[in-house]
Design a protein around this ligand. Structure first.
Ligand code: DSN
Length: 413
C-alpha cells in the first residue's frame, strides 16, 4: 500500500511541502536542498538498525554494514577538513556541542561564548538552554559602532572570567572569525578553544572561508546548512581529545546512532570532496556579496555593511517595520526568511528588529548574480508596498515563475 493510500493527511502535508519548496525562494541562511542521493540514503533501510558503540566495538550483532558506512563517513570527513579525529554520530549540532562540553567541563564550570542576541547560538550558554543552566555562562559581543566582534574586549573578559572553554561560532554574524586571535586568547587563559562552525562548515570545505582546524582544539558542526547534507551533527578534534569526545557522545549523551543519517552524511561528504562543490561554495559567497550590494543600493541597512560569508543580517529600523512583520510580508510573496535580533536589539526575540537571509539554498538551485538582483528588487518592493495586496500577489507570481526556471532536482525527477 502506498503512503498516499495508507496515511492521506501525512501524504498531503508532504505534497504541500514539496510545492512550497519548489515554488518559493528559500532564503533561510541555515537551510539547503540535499541531493537525491543524500535523500535516498536518509530514507534507506539503515533506519532499522541499532548500532550502539563504534565500528568494531558494537553492543549489537549484525553491524558489519553500519561499520562500513561509519568508517567511510569518518574517513571522508577527516579528509575534507584535514583533521585528526571525527565523530559522525551526534544527532544534531546541539548534541555535538553538548558532547564537547561534557568532554571538557564539569557542571558549574565557566564557559565564554558569543551573546545570542548579538549573533551567537542558543547552545553557547543561553540561560534558557542546557548550556546556560549546567554551566556558568559568560558572553562576549560586538563593538557598538562597527558591529564586529570586539577582540580586545573579548580578551579582557577571558582574563576576568577565566573560562574553562572558549567558544567561537555564530548563527548570525556575517563576517569571518579570526581563529588565530581566538586561540591566542584561549591560550592566555589556559583553556581549550571550541569552534562551532555549523553555519560556515560548507564554506570551509569549499575553501572560501578560513579553516578553524589549525587553531581549534575541538570543532563542532551541523551537516545540513552550507555543507548540504542530511540534518545532523559531527565533531572534529585533535588526537588527545578523541577518546573523551567519543565516550561522551556514546554512552555519555546518546544511545544508538542513526545509521541511515550517518549513511547520508557519508554521501554528502563525498559530494563535498568533489571539485564541483568548491564552485558551489564560491557561488554561495558571490551571490551573498552581490545580494548585499543590491540591498544596500535599495536603502537596506546591513549589519557590518555587507558580508564575507553566506548570510546577511538586515536591521530594519530605517524601514519602519520589525523583523516579524518583514518575515510575514515576505512570506506572502513566496520569499522565506527569518526574523532575527540585531546588535543593540530593543525588541523581544519573537518580534526583533531584523531579518537574516542567506544564499546556500538558492545557489543549490543554480541561481546566480542576475537572480540575486531580481530578488533584491522584489524584497524592496514587498517591503515598500506592504499594504498593497495586489502588488504582493504580482511579486508572488514572479517568484513562482523564477523558481520554475530553477527546478529542484530531487523533486522534479
Ligand atoms: N537554528 C539554526 C539557525 O537557523 O541558525 C542554528 O542552530
Amino acid at each position: 500500500m502506498s503512503l498516499e493510500q495508507k496515511d492521506s493527511i501525512i501524504f498531503s502535508a508532504l505534497q504541500e511541502e514539496m510545492q512550497r519548496q519548489k515554488l518559493g525562494l528559500e532564503m533561510i541562511a541555515s537551510e539547503n536542498y540535499v541531493s537525491s542521493e543524500v535523500l535516498e540514503a536518509q530514507g534507506s533501510i539503515f533506519t532499522n538498525k541499532y548500532a550502539e558503540g563504534y565500528p568494531g566495538k558494537r553492543y549489537y550483532g549484525g553491524c558489519t554494514n553500519v561499520d562500513t558506512i561509519e568508517n567511510v563517513g569518518r574517513d571522508r570527513l577527516k579528509e575534507l577538513f584535514s583533521c585528526d579525529h571525527a565523530n559522525i554520530q551526534p544527532h544534531s549540532g546541539s548534541s555535538a556541542n553538548m558532547a564537547v562540553y561534557f568532554a571538557v567541563l564539569k557542571p558549574q564550570d565557566t564557559i565564554l561564548g558569543m551573546d545570542l542576541s548579538q549573533g551567537g547560538h542558543l547552545t553557547h550558554g543561553s540561560p534558557v538552554n542546557f548550556s546556560g543552566f549546567i554551566f556558568q555562562s559568560k558572553f562576549y559581543g560586538v563593538d557598538e559602532k562597527t558591529n564586529l566582534i570586539d577582540y580586545n574586549k573579548l580578551e579582557d573578559l577571558a582574563k576576568q572570567y577565566k573560562p574553562k572553554l572558549l567558544i567561537a561560532g555564530h548563527s548570525a554574524y556575517p563576517r569571518f572569525l579570526d581563529f588565530e586571535k581566538f586561540k591566542t586568547i584561549a591560550d592566555q587563559v589556559g583553556c581549550p578553544l571550541m569552534v562551532d562552525m555549523a553555519h560556515f562548515s560548507g564554506l570551509v570545505a569549499g575553501v572560501v572561508h578560513p579553516s578553524p582546524i589549525p587553531y581549534a582544539d575541538l570543532v563542532t558542526s551541523t551537516t545540513h546548512k552550507t555543507l548540504r547534507g542530511p540534518r545532523g551533527g559531527f565533531i572534529l578534534c585533535k588526537k588527545e581529545w578523541a577518546k573523551k569526545v567519543d565516550s561522551k557522545v556514546f554512552p555519555g549523551m546518546q544511545g544508538g546512532p542513526l545509521p541511515h543519517v550517518m549513511m547520508a552524511k557519508a554521501v554528502a561528504f563525498k559530494e563535498a570532496l568533489e571539485p564541483s562543490y568548491k564552485i558551489y561554495a564560491q557561488q554561495i559567497v558571490k551571490n551573498a556579496k552581490y545580494l548585499s550590494e543590491q540591498l544596500i543600493q535599495r536603502g537596506f541597512n546591513l549589519v557590518t555593511g555587507g558580508t564575507d560569508n553566506h548570510l546577511i543580517l538586515i536591521n530594519l529600523n530605517n524601514k519602519n517595520l520589525n523583523g516579524k512583520e518583514a518575515e510575514d510580508i515576505l512570506h506572502q510573496a513566496g520569499i522565506t526568511v527569518n526574523k532575527n535580533t540585531v546588535p543593540g536589539e530593543t525588541r523581544s526575540p519573537f518580534v526583533t528588529s531584523g531579518i537574516r537571509i542567506g544564499t546556500p539554498a538558492l545557489t543549490t538551485r543554480g541561481m546566480k548574480e542576475k537572480e540575486m538582483g531580481r530578488i533584491a528588487e522584489w524584497m524592496s518592493q514587498v517591503i515598500e508596498n506592504r499594504n498593497n495586496e495586489k502588488k504582493i500577489l504580482n511579486i508572488k507570481g514572479e517568484v513562482k515563475k523564477l523558481c520554475s526556471q530553477f527546478p529542484l532536482f530531487h523533486v522534479e525527477k
